[in-house]
Design a protein around this ligand. Structure first.
Ligand code: SF4
Length: 682
């Protein structure tokens, strides 16, 4: 727009999985302000500090504006033709010499669905491998695997709109006031209006301040805690017997294991008094339904899938699945981590969770893409990274992720990246990861392209172009299409809308009824099987699970892979803070957010600080078996003695110099929430 009037462009927030609807106010080709869309789902006119003030990065002078090609230790500017030709040639050469499985790709949970669709298509249809994954591996892969096993569908069962009407919340392992702020405002409003809130978390976090009952569980004791609660429900016959008989399988096996977890034993494992465990179980049986909400405190463990299954067990036992104001509700972290999963940026799944091992699905995608497709699941991110070191992976394509900061044990990740024969990155900024690239391709940001995001409640919402990309930056879907063309495949779709309407929707039954013209305002929640379907606010209604009957799982508790000892006597747990988002590639370029939080701290208890002679704000060294960081101590009542809590937003003081690359055996999600450290006063 020109003159004094700004135009307003409706879009979806580029930060967390709540998926708030915003107006970008644009004047003279620049975004000058962000406000909330006044009404409608999911945010009802609300935005948090990141959504409201986290937009400076769009016009940062540090944006990548030209393709870059490595030239010794530095990069030189290149034309698109030169850079894309080099990528295509190198990919063809590696494929010819070592086979397609020597190439691997990591897609982006921040970019539009249509970008992830094209990236997985590039790997599957053009390169010929299922080595495609994304950062759900780092966060919610246990949700995808666990809820798929329990219910047949790995996504949030209910909707944010129900939160305001719910009667009881069980929030476990969720720092929602900082990581999903607008969702937490709904919970707090419901509590003010009379709903009850039970919180279980090792750290007395922001939502715990509003709880009627707070259970300060020991890190990694979730399976035991929930088994203890189910012990009470079963022995006191408080569970929903009719629901369990009619709608689930596996109760007898579950009961047999749960009987080994009386509250007194669980109290020893979890640190939660037996009477509190009994009281919470009785409360949840008395006030039904309840909404169970969780985040990465559940998933980022070596038992992450079992933690998710425990949540599903509890809610099925109470008959709380498939009902309004109930369900199992994982709060997905990134704005489009649900969407990147949905689009098939997973090693075993085509778009819409159709399996690469299923012959009929494979035949459908083979026909649509005009090529034979591989039938074995591809590598997950930890194996891609290790593959760079052991030589099985020669080339890694990293799209929009900063794995040199987000994966556990940064020293190891950087060693592997240095071992790679060829690394390509699409990004909007140079990052700690692009330092290892041979080619860096400058991408359009979320405000510079048309497409869709899918939020935590499965809502597919529009993302709209408000301003032009800087310099020669291009949409990511275009970059993948151009590489495919140079490798011998012409793809017809030439916009986000064409990719969705002509490929994603026709090929994926859960999206069949979604077309761009249907999601101009509030979006639609999948599954949407046809164009008259209104979308699905509650899944598994009337006991009709996607997999038939719900699967109860008998689960034993196991401790974290690394527990404190004499040398490393503290537990380190990690998480996110309100004012920044992941590795700050975006929020670190926002002046207001940097003013609000400019550095990392290690949060420790007053008891531990006193014992070690550490004062508030003093620099300390936190040391694990894998590395050490120097960081300011923040003495707080939020953490109990024995626990250290840190985030991964700042490179200096990033918790991932310390975290343990021990993985859940099913999802290969790392145990970011538990490792052993010692503290040294400097
Ligand atoms: Fe954006 Fe999440 Fe904040 Fe909403 S709650 S404004 S989606 S960061």
């Amino acid at each position: 727009a020109t003159g004094s009037e700004a135009k307003k462009v409706r879009t979806t927030c580029p930060y967390c999985g709540v998926g708030c609807q915003q107006w970008l106010h644009v004047k003279d080709g620049r975004v000058i302000k962000v406000t909330a869309v006044e009404e409608g789902a999911p945010n009802l006119g609300r935005l948090c500090v990141k959504g409201r003030f986290g937009y400076d990065f769009i016009h940062s002078p540090e944006r990548l504006t030209h393709p870059l090609i490595r030239d010794g230790e530095a990069f030189r500017k290149a034309s698109w033709d030169e850079a894309l030709d080099l990528v295509a040639e190198k990919f063809k050469q590696i494929k010819q010499l070592h086979g397609p499985d020597a190439l691997a790709g990591i897609s982006c949970a921040r970019s539009i669905n249509e970008d992830s669709y094209n990236m997985q298509k590039l790997f599957r249809a053009t390169i010929g491998t299922n080595n495609i994954d994304h950062c759900a591996r780092t966060c919610h892969a246990p949700t995808v695997a666990g809820l798929a096993r329990a219910f047949g569908s790995g996504a949030m069962t209910n909707s944010f709109a129900e939160v305001l009407g719910a009667k009881l919340f069980f929030v476990i392992g969720s720092n929602m006031t900082e990581a999903h702020p607008v969702a937490s405002t709904f919970v707090k409003q419901a509590v003010r209006n009379g709903a009850e809130l039970i919180v279980a978390d090792p750290r007395f976090n922001g939502i715990a301040e509003h709880a009627h009952t707070y259970m300060q569980i020991k890190v990694g004791s979730d399976v035991a805690l929930i088994n203890g609660m189910m012990h009470v429900l079963i022995t006191e016959e408080l569970y929903d017997r009719d629901y369990v008989i009619a709608n689930t399988v596996g109760f007898d096996e579950l009961r047999e294991v749960v009987m080994q977890y009386p509250p007194e034993r669980v109290a020893e494992i979890s640190g939660v008094p037996a009477e509190t465990i009994r009281a919470v179980a009785r409360k949840m049986a008395a006030v039904r339904p309840s909404m169970l909400m969780y985040t990465l405190g559940i998933t980022e463990h070596t038992c992450g899938v079992n933690n998710v299954l425990s949540c599903a067990n509890l809610q099925m036992l109470l008959g709380n699945v498939g009902v309004e104001y109930g369900g199992v509700n994982p709060l997905r972290g990134q704005n489009n981590v649900q969407g990147a999963c949905d689009m098939g940026a997973l090693p075993a799944d085509y778009p819409g969770y159709q399996k690469v091992t299923d012959a009929a699905s494979r035949a459908k995608f083979s026909q649509a893409w005009g090529v034979e497709l591989p039938d074995t699941p591809g590598l997950m991110i930890p194996d891609m990274i290790d593959g760079l070191e052991n030589g099985t992976v020669k080339a890694l394509y990293v799209f929009g992720e900063n794995i040199a900061n987000t994966e556990p044990d940064i020293n190891h990740v950087e060693h592997c990246l240095r071992s790679a024969e060829f690394v390509v990155c699409n990004d909007i900024f140079e990052t700690e990861t692009t330092r290892f690239a041979h080619v860096v391709l400058p991408a359009a940001a979320w405000s510079e392209d048309d497409g869709t995001f899918t939020n935590a409640e499965r809502r597919v919402s529009r993302v709209r172009k408000a301003v032009e990309p800087p310099g020669e930056a291009k949409p990511n879907w275009w970059i993948f299409k151009e590489i495919a063309r140079r490798m011998g495949q012409e793809w017809a779709s030439a916009s986000g809308q064409e990719i969705w309407d002509n490929e994603v929707a026709p090929l994926s039954p859960i999206f069949s009824g979604i077309r761009y013209q249907r999601i101009e305002t509030d979006g639609l929640q999948w599954p949407v099987p046809d164009e008259d379907h209104p979308g699905t606010t509650i899944m598994h209604k009337d006991g009709k699970f996607t997999c038939g009957k719900g699967n109860l799982s008998a689960l034993e508790w196991a401790p974290p892979a690394e527990v404190p000892d004499e040398e490393y006597p503290f537990v380190l747990s990690t998480g996110r803070r309100l004012y920044h988002y992941h590795t700050r590639t975006q929020t670190g370029r926002c002046e207001g957010l940097n003013t609000l939080l400019g550095s990392e701290t290690a949060d420790i208890s007053a008891e531990d600080a006193n014992a070690l002679g550490i004062g508030q704000g003093e620099k300390i060294r936190v040391v694990s078996r894998r590395g050490s960081v120097e960081v300011a101590a923040r003495i707080t009542g939020q953490v109990p003695p024995g626990l250290v809590w840190m985030a991964f937003h700042f490179r200096e003081g990033c918790a991932n110099w310390l975290t343990n690359p021990a993985f859940d055996p099913i999802s290969k999600t790392a145990e970011f929430k538990a490792c052993a450290v010692r503290l040294e006063k400097l």
